[in-house]
Ligand binder design. Structure first.
Ligand code: B12
Length: 208
């Protein structure tokens, strides 16, 4: 796991991918790789960004390495057969970070949810329109940058105004996970991608 963390932090995408593949073949679970590998690597990068000199190229290389590992861990698939519900995922306008959103998406697909990816840096109205058009049952908002936070508070009302106030709104990602559901005006705030499944499964897990 230490090799994986080092490869991610240094942006060595080939070594990161090979290490993730080796860990999987040794029986290490996807959840452990995310929790003990990807998350600590990103915390180390966060420290570098905050305390040391910010180096955009370094961060972009690390971002590429994480995306490569995420694709390996959660190979994309079409709508899973017998899906439990439809979940939209989005990063709101002003936020171009999408690695966490990608992981949330893959974890949901892996747990038999149909996922609509509304994209990143998307206006609230456009997200609501996609949720309505695709008849999504819930919306997962991933937020990494604090300036996008006020927009999160508008989502529930925007859904209600569009006549789909029943849609559940989940929030997560570094900028949102320290907040509460009440403060963000959402239904739930999760710490990890797996929390989304833990919240949604009791609601949609068993078909009526
Ligand atoms: C990689 C990265 C980038 C990459 C993004 C690549 C990409 N395609 O996403 C690049 C280099 C492009 C980038 C750009 C910028 N970044 Co940046 N970036 C990061 C970094 C290092 C890691 C983020 C990441 O991917 N983490 C890994 C993922 C897996 O973690 P995660 O998103 O939290 O997701 C996990 C959970 O939170 C959860 N989750 C995520 N979403 C959801 C949703 C739900 C519903 C649930 C339940 C769970 C959940 O699931 C995931 C797995 O468990 C962070 C530092 C940090 N530690 O967060 C800074 C950081 C987010 N960036 C920051 C900044 C300032 C920027 C820039 C403005 C820099 C600049 N000056 O140009 C720009 C542009 C920002 C913009 N307008 O959006 C700041 C934000 C500060 C703030 N509080 O607002 C941070 C915190 C760095 C710092 N300390 O300054 N960045």
């Amino acid at each position: 796991m230490e090799t994986l963390i080092d490869a991610l932090v240094t942006g060595d995408h080939k070594r990161a991918l090979a290490t993730a593949q080796a860990l999987r073949s040794q029986g290490v679970s996807v959840e452990e790789i995310v929790r003990l590998g990807i998350q600590p690597a990103m915390e180390a990068l966060d420290y570098k960004c905050t305390v040391e000199q910010f180096n955009l190229l370094e961060i972009m290389l690390a971002g590429r390495a994480v995306s490569g590992v995420a694709r390996e861990l959660f190979p994309d698939s079409s709508t899973p057969p017998d899906s439990k519900a439809t979940i939209a995922v989005a990063s709101l306008q002003g936020d171009i970070h999408d690695i966490g959103k990608h992981i949330v998406k893959m974890v949901l697909i892996g747990n038999r949810y149909r996922v609509i990816d509304c994209g990143k840096d998307v206006p609230v109205e456009a997200v609501v329109e996609q949720v309505r058009a695709e008849k999504a049952d819930a919306l997962c908002i991933s937020g990494l940058i604090t300036s996008a936070l006020p927009r999160v508070r508008l989502v529930k009302q925007a859904l209600a105004d569009a006549g789909i106030g029943h849609v559940l709104v989940l929030a997560g990602g570094a900028a949102l996970k320290q907040s509460t559901a009440a403060a963000l005006k959402v239904d739930y705030v999760g710490q990890t991608a797996f929390d989304a499944v833990k919240y949604l499964d009791p609601i949609f897990g068993v078909k009526p």
